[in-house]
Design a protein around this ligand. Structure first.
Ligand SMILES: NC(=O)c1ccc[n+]([C@@H]2O[C@H](COP(=O)([O-])OP(=O)(O)OC[C@H]3O[C@@H](n4cnc5c(N)ncnc54)[C@H](OP(=O)(O)O)[C@@H]3O)[C@@H](O)[C@H]2O)c1
Length: 232
């Protein structure tokens, strides 16, 4: 492949998304870092001395923002090889299922499910015209697995379960095409979301993404953790 691969990462300015951007840029990928504050994203890029990383405004609850980003990448690169749906929120993580607010569940679905699904829809034509194999990687969670049942935070768990269902359905639709679709969970990671007590670094959390994205790891339609299949 002569041209560098081109990647878009939603929520790339901090946490696991930033570690994914850093690892991809180290491996020669042309990275578009989705963010909601260009100045802060540029600070992160400068701080980590990342090369070939461009911050782009991307609010996943705003369709115009998604369309602008995809058009921008198409104009600059004419291709997109990797879409990494990383942006996510977790609110009210200790809220009991019976007490959780409808507004909280809706707000969480807006980002974790609808945002990911809509961004993927908008990006798919450019991924399909890449000319080389392309890949969509959805960042899910162990809490999206049907084997992990807890009595709190229905918003987060059900939004990630819906994201998993979306991954499998899209993989079914794209079977045999040039676009691979996978999903992964990073484990419990030290970020604003995961908290400082989490055992994993963002770089460790990003490892399976890099394996899927650049090392040919994983099967189309699979769910992974630590480079191994993970139960849906
Ligand atoms: N940390 C963990 O232990 C853990 C475990 C399992 C799964 N995950 C998943 O891993 C992914 C990354 O999590 P993280 O721990 O790195 O979280 P984080 O540090 O809180 O970062 C979340 C990122 O998502 C962005 N974001 C949030 N809402 C957005 C929106 N409406 N539009 C665009 N971007 C938005 C944030 O942007 P701003 O900076 O602008 O807010 C930020 O860049 C998430 O999908 C999460 O569910 C995390």
């Amino acid at each position: 492949m002569d041209q560098p691969r081109v990647a878009l990462i939603s929520g790339g300015n901090r946490g696991i998304g930033l570690a994914i951007c850093a690892a991809l840029s180290e491996r020669g990928v042309r990275v578009y870092m989705g963010c909601r504050d260009i100045a802060k994203a540029q600070q992160a890029i400068d701080h980590h001395q990342l090369s070939s990383v461009t911050p782009v405004m991307l609010e996943v609850t705003d369709e115009d923002s998604m369309v602008r980003v995809i058009e921008h990448i198409e104009t600059e690169q004419g291709r997109l090889d990797l879409l990494i749906n990383n942006a996510g929120i977790a609110r009210g993580v200790r809220d009991k299922v019976s007490e959780e607010e409808l507004t909280q569940i809706r707000a969480t679905f807006e980002v974790n499910f609808f945002g990911t699904w809509r961004l993927t829809q908008k990006a798919l034509p450019l991924l399909q015209q890449s000319g080389d194999p392309a890949h969509i990687i959805n960042i899910s969670s162990g809490y999206g697995s049907s084997e992990k049942v807890v009595d709190t935070n229905l918003a987060y768990c059900s939004s990630k379960a819906a994201l998993n269902a979306f991954t499998r359905a899209l993989a079914c639709e794209l079977e045999g095409s040039s676009v691979k679709v996978t999903c992964m969970t990073p484990g419990w990671v030290r970020t604003k979301m995961g908290g400082m007590g989490a055992p994993r670094t963002p770089k460790e959390g990003a490892d399976t993404v890099i394996w899927l994205a650049l090392e040919g790891g994983g099967e189309h339609g699979g769910f992974y953790k630590d480079r191994e299949p993970f139960p849906w």
